[in-house]
Design a protein around this ligand. Structure first.
Ligand SMILES: Nc1nc2c(ncn2[C@@H]2O[C@H](COP(=O)(O)OP(=O)(O)OP(=O)(O)O)[C@@H](O)[C@H]2O)c(=O)[nH]1
Ligand SMILES: [Mg+2]
Length: 225
């Protein structure tokens, strides 16, 4: 299998729908899921490029793994539930710091999932009982402007120039993994926006390849007695 050209990571609180978004996009279906343990990845062929998309666990107990999955990531999709404000707050409180290990030119997307629930969101517990899904209100809690404001704080946190960073309106999406609303649009935008980063890596890579003829073997440190 060809080494991926770059890495995209989904981060966000448990239950926001990270796995479901990937199922919807990669497998074209919405199916039951179990809470992700650790992380899992998909390989997406995008034109001549190979992109690995990492799904991570939102549960607190896997928090420490997040920075490992973000290592050298070129794009991070910060995901929340539009009917659950706390899941947006968690992105800044718990997940943004994990992206410190991402590549310097990493791009960020803020995605509010579960738009299909906005009308009749209510207390819901699965029959099996192991995944009660509760929301305090049966209406949309997080608005696009909240996501845009978060994106602008992310740009500040990353000390990026807000004039050169991609516009917030372009980087914030609302989706439904259940209906498919905006899911293809989101991932296609992610892949199209990371292609210049692949080309940059490849051209840097050409410069960075070590020319063995030029390197002097490390002088073994003779330990003087
Ligand atoms: N109605 C609706 N339910 C959704 C949507 N996306 C996910 N769900 C449901 O929300 C629950 C959690 O979905 P997951 O995709 O497992 O969430 P996750 O973010 O991967 O959760 P962790 O793996 O625990 O971090 C499941 O019951 C899904 O069926 C959506 O767009 N609409
Ligand atoms: Mg999951």
């Amino acid at each position: 299998m060809k080494k991926p050209d770059l890495k995209v990571v989904l981060l966000g609180d448990m239950n926001v729908g990270k796995t479901s978004l990937l199922h919807r996009y990669m497998e074209r279906r919405f199916q039951d899921t179990v809470s992700t343990v650790g992380g899992a990845f998909y390989l997406k062929q995008w034109g001549p490029y190979n992109i690995s998309i990492w799904d991570t666990a939102g549960r607190e107990q896997f928090h420490g793994l997040g920075s490992m999955y973000c290592r050298a990531a070129s794009a991070v999709i910060l995901t929340y539930d539009v009917c659950y404000m706390q899941s947006l707050l968690e992105l800044e409180d718990r997940f943004l710091g994990l992206t410190d290990t991402a590549s310097d030119d990493c791009i960020f997307f803020v995605v509010g999932n579960k738009t299909d629930l906005i009308d009749d969101y209510h207390f819901k517990s699965d029959t099996e009982g192991e995944r009660p899904h509760v929301s305090s209100k049966s209406h949309k809690q997080v608005y696009l402007e909240d996501a845009i404001a978060l994106y602008k704080r992310i740009i500040k946190y990353k000390m990026l120039d807000e004039h050169t960073a991609p516009a917030a309106e372009k980087m914030c999406f609302e989706t439904s993994a259940k209906t498919g609303h905006n899911v293809d649009v989101l991932f296609e935008e992610v892949f199209n926006m990371v292609i210049p980063l692949i080309l940059k890596k490849k051209s840097n890579g050409l410069e960075e390849t070590v020319n063995l003829a030029q390197t002097k073997p490390e002088k073994s440190k003779s330990s003087c007695c």
